[in-house]
Design a protein around this ligand. Sequence first.
Ligand code: G4P
Length: 537
Amino acid sequence: MPSLEEEISSRRTFAIISHPDAGKTTLTEKLLLYTGTIQSAGSVKGKASAKHAVSDWMDIEKARGISVTSSVLQFTYEGHCVNILDTPGHQDFSEDTYRTLMAADSAVMVIDGAKGVEAQTVKLFKVCALRGIPIFTFVNKLDHETRDPFELMEEIENVLGIGTYPMNWPIGNGRTFRGVFDRASRHVLAFEGDGRANATKRVAEVEAELGDAALDELIGEENHRTLMDDIELLDGADHEFDLEAVRTGKLTPVFFGSALTNFGVEPFLRDFLRLSPAPGPHTDSLTGDPVEATDPDFSGFVFKIQANMDKNHRDRIAFLRICSGKFVRGMDAFHVQGDRKIKLATGTAMMADDRATVDEACAGDIVGLFDPGIFSIGDTLCKVGRRVQFAGIPTFAPEHFARIEQVDTLKRKQFVKGMEELAQEGAIQIFREYGAGMERVIVGVVGTLQFEVLEQRLKSEYHVEVYRSPLPYNLIRWIDEKDGEVDMRSLNLTRETLRVEDMRGGKLLLFTSPWNLNWAEEHNPDLHLSEFGNVTF
Ligand code: G4P
């Protein structure tokens, strides 16, 4: 039996971040295939997969065939226990996608080699950067024509502001693509793909020195020449590989490959497991002291709440990231924000869309807890007799705004109750115009599907029908009042800028364009604006 410390140090808990269609699902699937977790492609949330049917807890899901909330996949590989936190990225992109990143110890950023750094990647990257977690880059779709690798690296550095270190380097491009050169072993990994997405085929690793005539045959004379020039340039210009910089999120190791054809996936996985961190300490915000993952006393925080999995019950599932010690189903724990002892009735691990009950889990793992409505996002649970409190989950900037009003004005009470409860659960964010009451309520969401979820839930759970009028705003900023209170009325703003307040009395501004945001910053030199609300770390 491995010790608790061994169990924890074998954990790797990460999220994959990418823009839709960059290849996140394909890469996840290939990781699971390599590790023997699944036997056939198409099992992981594949668009054509019938697995969606399992989570039919909401009509929208059924109608659209997408999963509204994200899940966790766990597998073991070469002595590691790996947790992949799924971050929904298509239509179901929501605040939960961001919140999930709060539970990850590292991130894998998948970039489409032909497209480079895209909008959603930037947004997700910012959240990872806020926490300073290590980020590993997988440049995907090398079997197709891609952009110049030097240009891609420069784009990552300039757009995201993180240093890059290529772990391998592509040879050729598009039709001339022959493989990658592994910089540490100085070996060529030859691409034998024929374009088919063969699930289990492994690629050949060929020992060949740069300059060796045999390489001409393998990768072509011209490719060989270019590769030698590229590597000389990289070796000359590049800094040394710096693990500390990787661990603090300042440098991203970059891998080139093709998830569809399996090329470069396995070497990536091996290096990722070698370089990525096991669960580390989390700071107790009450004392400022670190709580080590290997601390035998159980602790964790709720990062996501998923409502009404089962339509017949009003229960919710609270997703808990275990920060230290061990979880045992049925154990007693102290709910810090509720200031009371509770029994952790159900532990649920997520494997694709199937729910399975877990009896034990340790630091680094995610468990779904039965929640009768007592938890809020960011709450801490710990061993009875101890009191630690982890920093809450920040509030992320919504990008879509609408005014929501109830159709039947007599249902005012249910409407307000529903809106407040759903906002408190984290399904939506609500704001009111500065100085106005709840009659001028504005809802902000990260992904537009959240509006539909809101309407559906108000109708089915609170029996309230609503009108939704879209608003032209798409940018929101929290006003930082750390250096003193800001007088909202005296701010010099454009006419298109709206002053609002959130539920906690936080002050915010809504903008219709970056131009209006720049105006506000330029004309109010003392104004400090933040993309994240309630950041305490
Ligand atoms: P996502 O989860 O990031 O949204 O991307 P996903 O894996 O679903 O991939 C998006 C599309 O890109 C899919 O094609 C997928 O087959 C393709 N793809 C992923 N990795 C590679 C790669 O390494 N090379 C190439 N050439 N294509 C890749 P699709 O036609 O949209 O879907 P499907 O019908 O193939 O599932």
